[in-house]
Ligand binder design. Structure first.
Ligand code: PNW
Length: 475
């Protein structure tokens, strides 16, 4: 007789969800008065995305949202995290809201609610109105004020029906991939501007949090989603520990410091002293940024492994952030990134579920009373339909299984994790990698835009329905 195995059970009210973002799925880039965002400009610039892919059509979610909500319902999702396109709401990044733009999101939200799916709105998932980039973008302080106004407009329009709000998605990517390494829009390679951008993103988060609270019912929750990396040193050598500290400051502390503790890490100032004097941090900014939050969203894919640079430090970068001659880590030329051992996904990102546990425990210490959500976690694979048109993705099931097992271990260890949103609901525009990288639980045939749930979607539906992980992966 085989041993009876106890299934891994999650709390009954655990929120099972999936995530997407506007530019990655909506398409319809010229409809309803929408103006270009920096991602329209960037993706239409030759050489910036794989095969010149753009989000012009993406997966046409703008027109197919009803079908997509039906798929979510079929998957038993309890929640859906999506983002709002700022330039649908404020085409010039300022001024009154365009009702057609807001109406699209009202219809989407109502469709979700009618299926019993809880909407979680991200206000900013990387698609800054081009008008605001033309005025200087995130390195300019004014962008933070513009964001607070936009947040208020959306809060007024949807605050009666959306309870869960996320100000920014992954400000690290916005600041450092957008303004330092330039692999993301707007493609600038200016380390000092990237640090300015980081500060103004922090300020934008704080001001938007206050603005949302001023117009929304008090029951609503406001959070931010950070792509906090678990940063590991290759050894306990003091030089390697210092390297890990530096990357941790630049990846995590630069955002959670002001947001959660009201201060930048002193070591960050020291590490970046040759690049910036931080004179754009004005009196009162830290108080404005340090707003009480209702939850913290964490996006997790893979950990970072670093050491002090040796003589060979100019070799190929292994930090997985895309090809660029410019580092996304201002002031960290003395740090070297290493490939974490283990199997990798199609992105080349090492599969290491223990990093998820590490991250959850770290933020349990860093923010002891803040409920945590995993707002993104998932894997890209080169999925293909079989001759019958079915898409079998056992690797993704194994990835999700192992990460949810580690999430459950964090719960047992005292982390207050309230929900998990897989990235992504469906295949979509994977930024500079274009459509070649498939993260979806639902397969999209880009020629016809037909959606086909992969085996992982059925597996996840069962997890969401039962609130338990099956003991073994049977794909
Ligand atoms: C996140 N990195 O992007 C985003 O929030 C999603 O929009 C994206 O599709 C998903 O993860 C998968 O990539 C990241 O270089 C992009 O460290 C790059 C990095 C991390 C996250």
């Amino acid at each position: 007789m085989p041993e009876p195995v106890t299934p891994v059970a999650f709390p009954p009210d655990f929120l099972w969800g999936a995530s997407t973002s506007a530019y990655q799925i909506e398409g319809a880039v010229r409809e309803g008065g929408r103006t270009p965002s920096i991602w329209d400009t960037f993706s239409h610039t030759p050489g910036k995305t794989a095969d010149g892919d753009t989000g012009d059509i993406a997966v046409d979610h703008y027109h197919r949202y009803r079908e997509d909500v039906a798929l979510m319902a079929e998957m038993g999702l309890k929640a859906y995290r999506f983002s709002i396109s700022w330039s649908r709401v404020q085409p010039t990044g300022r001024g009154p809201a365009v009702q057609v733009g807001l109406d699209f999101y009202r219809r989407l939200v109502d469709e979700l609610l009618s299926h019993g799916i809880k909407p979680a709105v991200t206000l900013y998932h990387w698609d800054l109105p081009q008008h605001l980039e033309d005025a200087g973008g995130w390195p300019e302080r004014d962008t933070a004020y513009r964001f607070a106004d936009y947040a208020q407009l959306v809060g007024e329009a949807l605050g009666d029906r959306v309870e869960q709000w996320i100000t920014l998605n992954e400000p690290w990517c916005v600041a450092f991939l957008g303004y330092a390494s330039g692999v993301h829009a707007p493609g600038r390679t200016e380390p000092e501007a990237a640090l300015r951008a980081a500060h103004h993103l922090n300020l934008a988060h704080g001001l938007a949090t206050s603005a949302l609270r001023s117009v929304m019912p008090a029951r609503n929750s406001v959070a931010v989603s950070l792509n906090s990396s678990a940063v590991r040193p290759v050894s306990q050598d003091p030089a390697d520990l210092a390297a890990a500290r530096k990357i941790d400051d630049l990846a995590n502390g630069v955002f959670h410091g002001p947001m959660l503790h009201g201060a930048y890490p002193q070591s960050l100032f020291e590490a970046t002293a040759s690049i910036t004097d931080w004179s754009y941090v004005l009196d009162g900014d830290l108080a404005a940024i340090h707003q009480p939050l209702d939850a913290l969203g964490l996006n997790y894919y893979t950990p970072a492994l670093v050491s002090a640079a040796t003589g060979a430090a100019s070799g190929p970068r292994a930090d997985g952030h895309g090809a660029s001659d410019h580092s996304p880590w201002p002031g960290a030329d003395d740090v070297m990134f290493h490939q974490t051992p283990g199997d990798r996904t199609q992105m080349g990102w090492t599969i290491d579920p223990t990093g998820l546990h590490e991250l959850l425990m770290r933020y349990t210490r860093e923010a002891p009373n803040l409920p945590l959500y995993i707002t993104e976690n998932g894997a890209a694979y080169d999925d293909k339909p079989d001759p019958e048109g079915r898409v079998h993705d056992p690797e993704r099931i194994a990835y999700l299984h192992s990460h949810l097992t580690e999430l459950h271990r964090a719960l047992s260890d005292g982390a207050d994790v309230r929900g998990y949103f897989l990235w992504s609901l469906m295949d979509n525009f994977e930024w500079s990698f274009g459509y070649g990288k498939r993260f979806g639980a639902v397969y999209v045939d880009y020629a016809t835009l037909t959606r086909t749930p992969k085996s992982s979607a059925r597996w996840y539906a069962e997890v969401a329905r039962t609130g338990t992980l099956p003991p073994a992966v049977d794909a």
